[in-house]
Design a protein around this ligand. Structure first.
Ligand SMILES: Cc1cc2nc3c(=O)[nH]c(=O)nc-3n(C[C@H](O)[C@H](O)[C@H](O)COP(=O)(O)OP(=O)(O)OC[C@H]3O[C@@H](n4cnc5c(N)ncnc54)[C@H](O)[C@@H]3O)c2cc1C
Ligand code: SF4
Length: 362
């Protein structure tokens, strides 16, 4: 069958493209290497499928693709919904000054703003209600104010569904039962956040507004896009008639079964590593993709090297491990760089110091 568009990957890039093309009447196929995840199979125990293994994806196609490079480690989701399942839900706009340099002239904040607004509406982005601030948030705000930096502190926009009536005092002890489950505006079932703090490993009550509950849900159920999980794309081959053949392995019952489909348009949305791999493999290994054009921007790699050191994200200690992962941001004053850093990261409180038995202590 010839599709109008094959989309490789179902993260933010792939999901939105799939939904909008299908809405416009295109016949869309989404090929996603990861599984569909839900409450019944979220990894929890040590023996659960936590990791995606590049050498054995047919048997080890877990939650997280964790890759180690010299001086850099990269974590990416492997799922229908891509990074939206494992991310910390922060859905804030890049500030206008980001686009002042380093971007093509066609990409401007003014142009992007209406799309930011559309995505925020579609994904039901909101801030944590004032009656649900965690102890850590209050601590951070108080510290900022006491140090004269109250104006640099602000809440983050989150793709999480909150129930304004939920409170720590009244509802926290009830756990999952206090979540209100109802269909969202796209028809997918969503619960409200009960501050369990598992946002990165799958929300038990579906309070995260993940792509499988908005863009992918609408693409599949409203606009009839086809989403195929456990399909690992390997090669993109332009054909003489102007269409493309996309080659992939179907990961079925512990086997890799070679398959292919064709389309007029191919959208490579396999994440920064996945897309780069596919394009470079096409150019340098299969020689099916252009050799003249430099389609992997050098800046992408440069930018990855300049990510802030994780040490910068370390918050002051606080016993609270509750609530969504990140909730606030703060512009650090010291560097005068205007950079904003996410604080308030959920972190387990340190174990109490262990006292050595007398024979080992000095
Ligand atoms: C722990 C964590 C927390 C994060 N928190 C935030 C946050 O709070 N806010 C924020 O804005 N960003 C956050 N991010 C970053 C965010 O998740 C990514 O920027 C975003 O997911 C990138 O979207 P994408 O569509 O480019 O790629 P992805 O979302 O990674 O989607 C790519 C998809 O392609 C699939 N794929 C890859 N290769 C192939 C192949 N060969 N064949 C078929 N499918 C393939 C992958 O399985 C994946 O589903 C976080 C990331 C991590 C790891
Ligand atoms: S804090 Fe808990 S309930 Fe809220 S989104 Fe995260 S995992 Fe879901």
């Amino acid at each position: 069958m010839v599709f109008d568009a094959i989309i490789i990957g179902s993260g933010f890039g792939g999901a939105i493209a799939a939904c909008r093309l299908a809405e416009a009447g295109y016949k869309v196929l989404v090929l996603e290497r990861g599984r569909r995840w839900d409450k019944s199979n979220f990894p929890r125990k040590p023996e659960d499928p936590w990791l995606w293994n590049h050498d054995r994806p047919e048997t080890e196609n877990g939650w997280l693709d964790l890759r180690m490079f010299p001086g850099m480690a990269v974590a990416q989701g492997a799922a229908v919904g891509g990074g939206s399942l494992i991310y910390a839900n922060i859905s804030c706009e890049a500030p206008a000054r980001v686009f002042e340099s380093g971007w093509p002239a066609e990409v401007t904040y003014a142009d992007l703003k209406r799309h930011y607004d559309t995505v925020a509406r579609f994904m039901n982005v909101q801030r944590i209600p004032n009656n649900q601030w965690t102890a850590r948030m209050q601590l951070m705000r108080d510290a900022a104010e006491k140090n004269g930096f109250g104006d640099r502190f602000r809440q983050l926009e989150l793709a999480v569904t909150f129930d304004p009536n939920w409170t720590y005092e009244k509802d926290f002890a009830k756990g999952e039962e206090a979540s209100t489950l109802r269909p969202n505006e796209h028809g997918a079932m969503q619960g409200s956040c009960v501050h369990l703090g598992n946002c990165d490993i799958g929300c038990e009550v579906y309070a995260k507004n993940t792509l499988d509950r908005n863009y992918l849900y609408a693409a599949e159920n409203k606009y009839h896009a086809e989403i195929r999980p456990l399909q690992l794309v390997d090669k993109i081959e332009p054909l003489a008639d102007g269409t493309y053949r996309v080659w992939f392995d179907s990961l079925e019952n512990g086997q890799r079964l070679p398959r292919s489909e064709t389309a007029r348009i191919v959208i490579v949305a396999a994440g920064s590593l996945g897309s780069t791999e596919l394009l470079l493999r096409g150019r340098d290994v299969f020689h099916t993709l252009p050799t003249k054009r430099q389609f992997v921007p050098r800046q992408t790699l440069e930018r990855q090297r300049r990510l802030p050191h994780p040490g910068l994200l370390r918050p002051p200690r606080c016993a609270s491990i509750l609530g969504p992962d990140h909730r606030i941001r703060h512009r650090l004053p010291r560097r005068q760089s205007g950079r904003e850093h996410l604080l308030d990261r959920r972190r387990r409180s340190p174990d109490p110091p262990r006292r050595l038995p007398p024979s080992q202590s000095r």
